[in-house]
Write a protein that binds this ligand. Structure first.
Ligand code: C5P
Length: 235
């Protein structure tokens, strides 16, 4: 089984989207991540069109609201035909469960239900933020493990995490669970604004199920070649 390499398309308009897609190979060989900035500016039509063209899509909207609202949102997301989508685990057990139920309810019969991935603590949260703003008594690692368990117990199919967290999570979580990891840099010394990175090969060794890669592909002089090289390394 091939482990997906997902290209993060951090653009906010149709023109930039088309420009980058034209440099990335065939839709059926391409797995893309669409986030809030593109979704909020171009809407569901963009996603529907890309699915129709054959792209696999990770729709990263990080739902976080009361269970009923998240259920309705997830039910709508399921009609788009995306492969992965996200919720914040901090929304709690009932909200995670509602997201999963919504995805199941909104998926057409005989169509795969989108995989639900949970965000644990955002990587932008520092130890200071965890302890003094969230008033959390656990260490960051304990909190990430605890939220990942909560997500799994309530129907999530996996988590988004740092490649450097995967080994610890796999030690504490059993069964079939996806570990989807951003923070990937093909060369060990290239970071951009990411601080704790891994190469595709290291991510694979740590146990990542799929990786999310943005700028190392989208800003490369030949994005398709960069994408193919990363796929090869990771697999
Ligand atoms: O360009 P780069 O490879 O850093 O992009 C990584 C993508 O993964 C971006 O879309 C970023 O928002 C996302 N991401 C991340 N770290 C997280 C969660 C998501 O870099 N913890």
């Amino acid at each position: 089984m091939e482990h997906p390499v997902i290209v993060a398309l951090d653009v906010n308009n149709q023109t930039s989207l088309e420009k980058i897609l034209s440099k990335l190979g065939k839709p059926e060989d391409t797995f893309i991540k669409i986030g809030m900035e593109l979704f909020y500016s171009t809407g569901r039509e963009t996603v529907e069109k890309l699915v129709q063209e054959g792209y696999k899509i990770f729709l990263d909207l990080k739902l976080h609201d009361i269970p009923n609202t998240v259920y309705q949102a997830a039910k709508t997301i399921a009609t788009l035909g995306v492969t992965y989508t996200t919720v914040h685990a901090l929304g709690g057990s009932q909200m995670i469960k509602a997201a999963k139920d919504g995805l199941v309810a909104g998926s057409a019969t005989n169509h795969p239900v989108p995989k639900l991935l949970a965000v644990t603590e955002l990587t932008s949260i520092s130890d200071y933020g965890l302890q003094l703003e969230q008033n959390c008594r656990l260490s960051m690692t304990e909190q990430v493990i605890s939220l990942a368990k909560l997500a799994q117990e309530n129907g999530a199919d996996g988590v988004i995490c740092s490649p450097l967290e995967v080994e610890k999570l796999r030690e504490n979580i059993s069964g079939d669970f996806l570990y989807v990891t951003p923070g990937i840099r093909p060369q060990e010394n290239a970071h951009d604004d990411q601080s704790r990175t891994a190469t595709p090969l290291q991510a694979r060794k740590y146990g990542s199920s799929a990786i999310v890669v943005g700028r190392p592909i989208t800003l490369a002089s030949d994005p398709q070649a960069a994408y193919n090289a990363i796929k090869e390394d990771f697999n």
